[in-house]
Structure formats: C-alpha cells, structure tokens
Write a protein that binds this ligand. Structure first.
Ligand code: MSP
Length: 539
C-alpha cells in the first residue's frame, strides 16, 4: 500500500521556555546592576534546561537614541562605531566571563531587527493606530522618556527640574511627532491583568502598574525628528522611531517575527520578560498595548527585579557608583559571584552590596559548608577505599533522613527557582540539604567508625561514605544552573562523569532518585572548590 502523509495531524511546534533580559544601553560599560538580571536569567534558563525542556535565552543591546548618539559624539566617533566597540569589547566579553549561556544576542542596529521593526510600525500605521500630532514636555535623556511634571524633583534653580531616577536636569522638548493610540488600550490592559494575575510580578510591581493604568492613559509619542540615530519611519523618513518602541520589539524580531514563522511559533509568546523595576511600565503597559494593536499574543509573565543600591541610591554609572563585575570576580571567582547576589537579595526587592557580607557568605556557606564537605568526603574515600566508592549495605534511619532531605530540597528548589523565580529561597533549600549532610557526617563520625574493624563497623563506614558521596552527586546537579564550573569540578571528582555521563544531561526529575552514583565510582580529590580568599584589595 502506498504511504500517504496525513497532514491533518501535524502538530504545531511545541513551545519553548523563552526568557529575555532587557537589552542594555551601550552608552557605557556594564556594571553589577546589569549583570544581576542577566545572571538571574541564566540561572533560570539553565534550570529549565536541566528539567529537560526546550529553552531559549535572549539578551542583547539597545543601540539607538539620543543618549548613545551624544556619547558617541563626545568620544569623536560615529554612533555605530561606538556601539560596535562597546558590544565587542565590553558587553559580550562580560557575558562570556560570567558563564552566561544565552542562545542569541540581538543588537538593535542589526538589519534583522530594523527591517522587521519598520514592518511592524507600518502595520500599526496601516491599521490606524498611529497619528500625527504635537507634544511638549520635560524629557530625561538618561531614561529616554518624557516625564510627568508631577514626578520631577526640584533642581538648583527655580526653573530647573530633575529626573527622579537620574537626579539630572530634564530638558524641555517641543516636537511634532507621531503618536500611538495607547489611550485606547486601558480597559483591555486592565482586563488582561485581571484575567492573568501572574502576568506582572512581584505583587508590588503589579499594584504599581494597576494604579498607573487605572488613571487615564495618554497616547504615546513614538517618533523624534530632531536627530536621526534611530529606525526611520517607513512612511515619513524625516522621523526616527522613539528608541523604546524600537527596543521593545527585539523580543519578537530575535524570535523570528516576520522572518521565520516556525521559530516564531515555537518561541512566542515569551515565557518570562525579566526587567528592572524602573522599566516596568514599558514592558507591562506599552509593550502589551503594542502587541494587542498588532494582533500578537502577549508575553506570559513580566517579572521585575529590584535595584542594587549603593549608599541608598540605585547603583549607576551616572552616579559614579557603577562597580564593574570583574572587580568582584577577580577576588571571589565567577561562581561565587553568581551565587552571592541571587542568594543575598530576595528577587524583586532592592538590596545593597557589601564586601563584608560577600566575604562572610563566601567563607561560611561556600568554602565551609559546601567546599569542605566535598573535600572531606573525597579525602575519606581516598584514605579508606583508595578512591573507589564503597556500596551502602547498612543503611538505616540516619540515611533515610538524608534521602528524605534531598527529596524536600529538590521539590522546593524546583518550585522556587523554576516557577516562582525565588532564587534566594531555592538556593537556601539546596544549602539546607548541604547543612543536613554536614550534620549527618558530624553525627556519624566516620573517622571513628573506621577504627572498628568488625564487619558491622566496616559496613557502616562504607554506608556513611556512600551516602555522603551520593548526596554530593545530587548537590552537583542542583547547583549546576547556579555555579556551573564548580558543579562540574565536583561532578568529575565524584567519578560521576564516567558512570552517569555529562552533568548537563542530568535532569531535575531524576536527581532525587537515590543510588544513581554507582558503587565503584572513582572518587578523586580534585581542586579545592572555594579557596581561601586573599586579603581584600585596597581601593
Ligand atoms: N535599554 C533599556 C532597556 C530596553 S529593554 C527593551 C534600558 N537599558 S539600561 O542599560 O539602562 O538598563 C537595563 C537594565 O539594567 C534595567 O532593567 C535596569 O533596571 C537594570 N539596572 C540598571 N542599574 C541597576 C541597578 N543598580 N540594579 C539592578 N538593576 C539595574 O533601560
């Protein structure tokens, strides 16, 4: 019988877990605040990969607008030259240094972006969503945003007013612009927030947006004609598109909108837009309204993180408080850096960085609780069994408590990191487990049991060491998304690579299956996971 193809059952591409970071302005080099969101997204996406899901992680750079143009001018180069230099010399190398496993890097000056952006706004124009009008008001170039007079702070003189975010004078702009009919979307947005309570997180962010949209929304000025560093409007090339309207579209242009329908179907709508709380309205109000106008589905969640603060202010280059991540990684190492900010600051709230706090957590949590546990277990398997992991033949209640502790840690970490984006809570759950294993070892005292040469004594020693090594096997899997280089070292030192395969191929679903690490695995001491810190470098 001739084979016939049945197209009616062809399944649509299954959706991928698609996570985005804000695309960063390249007027300057990255600081801790930028790296904070990018590391969070990396941990989130690595966690979902470890669940065995199809994942896509996007980051990139926002390269148009007046802020970039002025910076380039001040440095005597063209805006494009400036962007190329900063992207290649500062931004991409930092993400590589911090072990960020992004799948794509979008730049808003790329043709794959600008072409699609023009099509998108042309479509809105054709649909009558855009009209020509005039606007005047206070503008902050730092935010690239018109401000409302009521939110400004007093300046040095009576006429001067300051941006509440940048604390710099705003400029008065008067222009003939094109406008997007944002005001028409208030009701639909409120309906969407009500029907999708998880759309904006955390609750404080959601409330802020609700309060904002419940007031009357104003139409949005979406073009500028006093400078030309931007995407020209296809129907009126004297205007360039407002940088935010251009930038927001990166999430769809990078996902194949208008160029690769299959990929777009797989990636869109995005699972999570990670944003800083200062850019929440763009993502939770303007962007959804633009998508509604274009007839595209909305992202599933917009999750706002708090700010890293210095001296009670948002850390920033313009305040001269922007600390370069490499100033910290050169001292603490990359993995400790990835660990610290997500562990120390509940995601969604502001937090301060302190050298003392970082040092304290490094020493007690990473070096003592975790690093020492790994090296003690490896050393004892070396000493008593020549590095060949013994089998557990005499497990009892104490071992069952470790098995149960692992189950609980996996359940909590998976929910908190994978679903709730409560990184601090999820990491704490894993470290509770590590503490439990430390407690188990102290109570069982294998170094004393080793002196008991009876068969029972020897069976207990083997059981204690197997249990500890197996607990470390699970810890390596659970910590892989957060500290991939360290987890890999541990994985190799447990001899897990040869018996269980690559660490990245281990799944969260099987991590709590007790007994995966086989007896006979070759355990070696390996490098110290968290070496003693050098003296703090003088400022
Ligand atoms: N280019 C826009 C985003 C466009 S997304 C379509 C932009 N860029 S930015 O470089 O100024 O900021 C990018 C992100 O970095 C924002 O989410 C902002 O909140 C974050 N941070 C900048 N300083 C920060 C801290 N001090 N702390 C935490 N995050 C902060 O806005």
């Amino acid at each position: 019988m001739a084979a016939t193809e049945d197209h009616s059952t062809t399944e649509a591409q299954s959706p991928a877990y698609y996570v985005t970071t804000p695309i960063y302005y390249v007027n300057d080099r990255p600081h801790l605040g930028h790296a904070y969101t990018t590391v969070a997204g990396d941990v989130l996406t690595r966690w979902h990969r470890q669940r065995g899901e199809k994942v896509w992680y996007l980051t990139g750079t926002d390269e148009h607008g007046q802020k970039i143009m002025r910076t380039a001018e001040a440095n005597g180069v063209t805006p494009q030259e400036w962007c190329d230099k900063l992207v290649e010399e500062a931004w991409k190398p930092l993400w590589q240094h911090l072990d960020i496993a992004n799948d794509d890097f979008i730049r808003t000056t790329q043709k794959r972006h600008t072409d699609r952006v023009q099509e998108f706004v042309q479509d809105l124009h054709d649909k009558g969503e855009i009209y020509k009008g005039g606007y005047e008001g206070p503008y902050c170039v730092g935010c690239e945003e018109y401000k409302l007079p009521g939110e400004l702070l007093p300046g040095a003189t009576e006429d001067e007013k300051l941006c509440p975010v940048h604390k710099r004078p705003v400029e008065w702009l008067e222009e003939e612009n094109y406008f997007f009919r944002l005001s028409a979307y208030g009701t639909r947005l409120l309906e969407h927030y009500a029907a999708n309570p998880d759309f904006i997180q955390p609750a404080s962010a959601r409330n802020e947006v609700l309060r904002f949209v419940e007031q009357d929304l104003k139409d949005l000025s979406i073009s500028r004609s006093t400078f030309n560093w931007g995407v020209p409007l296809p129907w009126d090339e004297k205007h360039v598109l407002y940088v935010w309207v251009d930038a927001l579209q990166n999430y769809i242009t990078a996902a194949g909108y208008g160029s690769d329908p299959e990929r777009f179907a797989e990636l869109w709508p995005a699972s999570v837009h990670l944003v800083g709380k200062d850019i929440l309205r763009f993502h939770a109000v303007i962007w959804p309204a633009m998508l509604m106008a274009a007839g595209l589905p909305l992202p599933k969640r917009v999750v706002a993180n708090g700010w890293l603060m210095v001296g009670g202010e948002k850390m920033s280059k313009s305040n001269l408080t922007g600390i370069a991540p490499t100033d910290l990684t050169s001292h603490f190492g990359v993995d400790a850096y990835r660990y610290y900010f997500l562990r120390a600051i509940p995601f969604g709230t502001d937090g301060s960085f302190s050298w003392e706090d970082f040092t304290a957590r490094y020493t007690s949590e990473l070096a003592n609780d975790f690093g020492n546990l790994a090296s003690r277990v490896a050393a004892m398997v070396g000493k008593y069994y020549e590095g060949s992991l013994p089998a557990a033949t005499a497990a009892g209640d104490a071992e069952q408590a470790v098995v149960d502790g692992l189950k609980k840690a996996v359940e909590e970490a998976d929910r908190k990191i994978g679903e709730e984006l409560d990184f601090a809570g999820g990491i704490a759950a894993v470290f509770e487990f590590i503490k439990l294993v430390n407690g188990y070892l102290s109570e069982q005292e294998p170094w004393k049991v080793a002196k008991d040469t009876s068969p029972e004594g020897q069976a207990r020693l083997a059981t204690i060491l197997y249990t500890s090594a197996e607990a470390l096997r699970a810890s390596a899997v659970l910590l892989n998304p957060l500290m991939p280089a360290t987890a890999e070292k541990l994985w190799v030192s447990l001899g897990a690579e040869e018996s269980l395969g690559a660490l990245a191929a281990q799944t969260i679903a099987t991590v709590a299956d007790w007994g995966r690490l086989p007896a006979g695995a070759t355990v070696t001491k390996g490098d110290i996971l968290f070496p003693r810190l050098e003296e703090k470098p003088s400022a």
